[in-house]
Structures are given as structure tokens and as C-alpha cells.
Design a binder for this molecule. Structure first.
Ligand SMILES: O=C(O)[C@H](O)[C@@H](O)[C@@H](O)C(=O)NO
Ligand SMILES: [Mg+2]
Length: 382
């Protein structure tokens, strides 16, 4: 079996998610967005798919790296192909990003799972069929009735608990919100949520990513009093020393790194430096499913959890395969948006959650996405 083609089709779909000037998503007016579907096909007619922002898997990346490394190769040689692509990252002057690397690796895993008629989470390890989810809110905003005040965070938290969530993570206010960043407002939102949901729901804060050490310490100390479970990305993650200092000065668990590059290599340095109590990696951000599994194994070797970043089929597959991850991050959620409604190009969502707050892993082969190929075909623009 050999890979015969790597193709990308770009299609349009309606969305009510808009990005702000810092790249964080919020609810907005319905607009037409573009998505790319990456398809890897073999000479025996087998296919694997993944979805990515079109600019991440733009023609230069597909021609100069994906096709060069993959075409003519056996898709089951996934680890070698991933390593070959990693070497191209340096060779490409980093034009081949971790995310691009991740999406092509995800499509390889999907192809392998479809070929073997097995879900990827089973191929990876098969630790569980369902996992408790935490509701991960969108960042705060200035939308009346949305997430514009501490009370609105509290009211939304009550709704999430009624929906079945056993835990909730707040993303608080960040620029371009006029009054952000504001440690006092962050603390007020956390206090309002704790007041609203009571002592038994686990709470986490994922705040402004560029606070100073002293601001992060102030917020962390307040979270300890509110019995929060973990404190996430309050400072620039490029400064590992700042996180080692913060973790040393707080009793609440400090988790990371989420947005830092460097795959499992940077995560090893964070463990060695004592820069986190819980490791973090997401399939999309850390270069794919296999490096995410490497981070989880690294964490386990040090007696640590690895809380997997982000929703979606690839991260969910990792969560289903490992023991040392307590939650699936389900989101991002907002009072104005219906998370359980699938995107137009999917027939159903990959992470359905029951009333007790458990996400059930798909038994569909591959990554488990329920793809509406007819929709994609009729809405393809390039
Ligand atoms: O907008 C972002 O930075 C990400 O979506 C982020 O908010 C979210 O995925 C996250 O931080 N999860 O932990
Ligand atoms: Mg985060």
C-alpha cells in the first residue's frame, strides 16, 4: 500500500463564531467561513481526512512538504513519516508549522483507523469509552447577557451545571475588551462562579496570557481561597522561569504549557524546571496525535497528569487512550451559542455529552468525524 495523493479542498460553511484582534473567539453575526479538508489517498483507494484552516494547509505547504514526504510511502509508517516532516520544519525555516504538521498527521491516523475499521482512540490505547468533560467558556466580552460581568459568568456557570458539566473553566476578559486585563475583575468572575455553583464543582481559570509575575501571584492566591483546581496560562509561556517561580509560590496547581511550541521537547524542560504541576498539550498545537501521546507518557513517568488542550476528534482520541488525564475540554462555550449543533459539514458532533457530563467516544473507524461529504462537495470553492 502506498500513498498516491495528498489533496486539499476548501469549502464554505456558515458560522456565528468570530475572532477578535487577539485571535480569541466570540459569538457574532452569521457569516460564511472557509474550512479546508485535507485528504490522503492510497493506491488501494483508502482515504484519511482532517480539517484545518485553509491558510495552515496552503498549497506551498502541501506541495513543498506534505506531498514530498508522503507520496509513494506506506501510511502505516506513520512515525517515520512524522519524523521526516519534523525535520522539514527546520528545513522550511518554520514555514511548516506545528499545526500543519498536526493536521497531516491526523489525516494519516484517520486513514489507518478507517483501513483497519477501528477508532483511533482504540489504536492509541483504548483506556476508556467515556470521559467527564469540563465546560470551557469563551473569553469574556462586552455583550449584554453574554459574558460581560462577573454575574453573567455566574449565571452561565449555573446553566452549565444544569446541562451536566462536573467542572467549568473560565476564560476571563482580555483586550480588546475595554477594561481588560484586570486581575480584580478576573477574581470577581471566579468568586461569582464559585458562589453560583457551590463547593463541589471543580473550577479552573485560564486568564490573560501576559500578566506579570506579581499579578499572576495575586490572582493565584485568590484562586486558592476559592478552592480552584488549576491556574492556566496567566503569563507568557515563553518564560519558563516565570512559571517555575509561580509554581514555587502557589499551592494551587499550575498547568502548562498550552500555546508554547516545541512539542514534547519543551514539555520535558518544563517538567525538569518544575514550571508546572500538570502538563498540557493538545493534538492540534503540539504537532499531532503522536507527540501528544509522547507528552502524556512523559507526564505519567513523572507522576503527573497531562490535561489535553482543546476540543475535537484528535484531542478526544488522545483523552480516550490515556489514564493520566482527568477531563475532556469541551468548548468553547457561550450563552449565545449552541455547542451541540454540528457544523454544516458534519452530520453530528464528535463529542456528544450525556446529562451526567460524560462525553462518549465514537466507535466510528478513524478519528470518528461524521463527515457530510455531499455538503463539502457542493460548497467547495477551491
Ligand atoms: O483562543 C484561544 O487562545 C484558544 O481557543 C484558547 O482560548 C482555548 O483553547 C484554551 O486556552 N483552552 O485551554
Ligand atoms: Mg488554555
Amino acid at each position: 500500500m502506498k500513498i498516491s495523493s495528498v489533496e486539499v479542498s476548501v469549502f464554505t460553511y456558515p458560522t456565528r463564531r468570530v475572532s477578535d484582534s487577539a485571535g480569541h473567539s466570540h459569538p457574532g453575526e452569521e457569516s460564511q467561513a472557509k474550512m479546508a479538508m485535507l485528504t490522503i489517498t492510497t493506491d488501494e483507494g483508502d482515504c484519511g481526512y482532517s480539517f484545518a484552516p485553509p491558510e495552515v494547509v496552503r498549497p506551498h505547504v502541501v506541495n513543498a512538504f506534505f506531498r514530498k514526504v508522503l507520496v509513494g510511502q506506506n501510511p502505516f509508517d506513520r512515525e517515520r513519516l512524522w519524523q521526516d516532516l519534523v525535520h522539514w520544519q527546520r528545513g522550511s525555516a518554520h514555514q511548516l508549522t506545528e499545526r500543519a504538521l498536526s493536521f497531516v498527521e491526523q489525516a494519516l491516523w484517520d486513514l489507518i483507523g478507517r483501513k483497519l475499521n477501528m477508532p483511533v482512540h482504540k489504536l492509541l490505547g483504548g483506556f476508556r469509552e467515556k470521559v467527564p468533560a469540563y465546560g470551557s467558556t469563551m473569553c469574556g466580552d462586552e455583550l449584554k447577557g453574554g459574558l460581560s460581568t462577573p454575574d453573567e459568568f455566574g449565571q452561565f456557570a449555573e446553566k452549565l451545571v444544569a446541562r451536566g458539566y462536573q467542572a467549568i473553566k473560565l476564560h476571563t476578559w482580555m483586550p480588546p475588551v475595554a477594561f481588560a486585563p484586570d486581575p480584580k475583575m478576573d477574581i470577581k468572575a471566579c468568586a461569582a462562579v464559585r458562589e453560583a455553583v457551590g463547593p463541589d464543582i471543580e473550577l479552573m481559570l485560564d486568564g490573560y496570557h501576559w500578566y506579570s509575575r506579581s499579578q499572576a501571584l495575586t490572582i493565584g492566591k485568590a484562586l486558592e481561597k476559592l478552592n480552584f483546581a488549576w491556574f492556566e496560562e496567566p503569563m507568557e509561556e515563553e518564560s519558563m522561569a516565570s512559571y517555575a517561580w509561580l509554581a514555587e509560590n502557589l499551592s494551587i496547581d499550575v498547568i502548562g504549557p498550552e500555546s508554547l511550541g516545541g512539542k514534547h521537547h519543551s514539555r520535558a524542560d518544563w517538567v525538569k524546571a518544575g514550571a508546572c504541576d500538570i502538563l498540557r498539550a493538545g493534538a492540534n498545537g503540539v504537532g499531532g496525535i503522536s507527540p501528544c501521546m509522547k507528552v502524556a507518557s512523559l507526564a505519567e513517568a513523572f507522576g503527573m497528569d497531562c490535561e489535553v488542550h482543546g476540543n475535537g476528534a484528535a484531542s478526544l482520541a488522545v483523552v480516550g487512550a490515556i489514564r493520566n488525564c482527568r477531563w475532556y475540554e469541551r468548548g468553547l462555550l457561550h450563552p449565545f451559542l449552541e455547542y451541540d449543533e454540528p457544523a454544516a459539514y458534519l452530520n453530528s458532533i464528535v463529542d456528544p455529552m450525556d446529562e451526567q457530563g460524560f462525553v462518549h467516544l465514537s466507535d466510528r473507524p478513524g478519528l470518528g468525524e461524521d463527515i457530510n461529504f455531499d455538503y463539502i462537495e457542493t460548497h467547495t470553492v477551491s
